[in-house]
Design a protein around this ligand. Structure first.
Ligand code: NAD
Length: 400
């Protein structure tokens, strides 16, 4: 099964059979072998996948994941999520993703640069035609995007670049900003309160998790626990986020910072108002969903909740604000960067935030209204809103 259960969706909205067939599998899959001779005549060899799931609404948009255990299946699921996400927030992109099966931590900076250049050689046709527009994802950074630009010489061929080469002020924090914004909207709608003193537990303190913590902390929420891949910390009063950001900037982990230790399994079961999974996929499963005690969940990571866990949480009345809504701030900012690259316009950080707020608030209202009107979970409501956009585009382009 893909990222979205199309059979279930078809029971709730207009999803013609032809549209269902198109959305049930990727349009294009490229799997290649990336080889590179490094210093010492050692040969690096790995798989390099590119998946364009659906481009009916625009070029396939999605990040480059670099990790030793990345698979084609995972890349395809992530590409599909981008199709639904871009449709939900109404930006003219389709869904794509690519991946390189190497652990970036094992590469010297010059080796990573060479790998990225080789990636461009493998996928030059897609990058130069603009049919796939990458951005950073796990394991890749703004620097890598600048290297891609250096190879294509086209600003619009890649987003998530540093501001010095056409990147957007505010892009680095865009996803976390959108997560915090969504959490604020959801707290108001679901709990009838603002985020002042809302207790929050966050799994993952990388780009998305750390920025979400900073924005929520600034808004008055109490972040009481954070974990990363090495461990975690907890303070039932309030963790000092600015100090932890500075500490993790030096040590690359939150572990060892003053406070009680906590692991991810305990964090996911904490009695808090809000739980934010902001690390990796499939952390909330059938096995631990019944332990969750948060009042609501905002999915900052892609796919952190398995379908089985989703069903358990729905039965227990714990609302889940889905990834395609909550973490869409990054792709909205990417859209602004891509538009600027094409038009020559420039945008301030304030404008970036305003565009994210505009797109996400509109999508949030649609999803919340539909969820209430039909008494359905937020994820299904979000899928219906996105599906209607996709079916319209498929009909308008005479694909169905
Ligand atoms: P990142 O690499 O910067 O951070 C990942 C964090 O998760 C790190 O703190 C890492 O230590 C932690 N982590 C990894 N495995 C863990 C585990 N088993 N338990 C606890 N912590 C663990 O990545 P990121 O860019 O912050 O992305 C996080 C998630 O958000 C991913 O699912 C990504 O696809 C999604 N996402 C990212 C963006 C973006 O703009 N960066 C946009 C949309 C979605």
């Amino acid at each position: 099964m893909g990222a979205v259960n199309l059979e279930r969706l078809a029971r709730h909205t207009n999803l013609p059979d032809a549209a269902r067939r198109i959305l049930s599998r990727p349009e294009k899959v490229l799997s290649q072998v990336l080889t590179l001779l490094t210093n010492g005549n050692e040969m690096l060899e790995t798989s390099c996948h590119l998946v364009c799931h659906c481009t009916v609404r625009g070029p396939a948009k999605g990040g480059i994941r670099m990790a030793s255990n990345v698979t084609l299946e995972e890349t395809a699921i992530l590409a599909e999520l981008m199709t639904w996400k871009t449709a939900l927030v109404g930006i003219p992109f389709g869904g794509g993703k690519s991946s390189i099966g190497l652990d970036p931590a094992t590469l010297e900076p010059f080796q990573k640069t060479a790998v990225i250049k080789e990636y461009v050689h493998l996928h030059g046709a897609e990058l130069l035609s603009g049919s796939y527009v990458p951005a950073p994802d796990l394991g890749t950074t703004a620097r890598d995007m600048a290297i891609i630009y250096g190879e294509t010489h086209r600003l619009e061929s890649v987003t998530g670049k540093p501001p010095s080469v056409g990147g957007l002020p505010g892009r680095a924090e865009a996803t976390g900003h959108g997560v915090a914004l969504t959490a604020r909207l959801a707290a108001r709608e679901l709990l009838g309160r603002d985020v002042q003193d809302l207790t929050v537990a966050v799994q993952g303190f990388g780009n998305v998790g750390s920025w979400a913590c900073r924005f929520l902390d600034e808004a008055g929420a109490r972040i009481v626990a954070i974990t990363d891949s090495c461990g975690g910390i907890r303070n039932d009063d309030r963790l000092p986020i600015a100090d932890i950001v500075a500490y993790a900037g030096q040590t690359r982990t939150v572990t060892g910072f003053n406070g009680d230790q906590i692991d991810s399994a305990s964090l996911l079961a904490m009695d808090v108002d809000l739980l934010i999974p902001a690390a990796v996929e499939n952390v909330l499963t059938e096995a631990n969903a019944s332990d969750v005690r948060a009042s609501f969940i905002v999915e900052a990571a892609n796919g952190p909740t398995t379908p089985q866990a989703d069903a358990v949480l729905a039965d227990r009345g714990i609302p889940v604000v889905p990834d395609i809504l909550a973490n869409s701030g990054g792709v909205v900012a990417s859209y602004v960067e891509w538009r600027n690259a094409k038009s020559g316009s420039i945008t301030s950080k304030r404008d970036t935030y305003a565009t994210i707020a505009d797109r996400q608030e509109l999508a949030f209202r649609h999803v919340m209204d539909l969820s209430r009107e039909k008494s359905i979970p937020l994820r299904l409501a979000a899928e219906i809103v996105a599906c209607d956009e996709l079916v319209n585009a498929l009909q308008d382009r005479a694909w169905i």
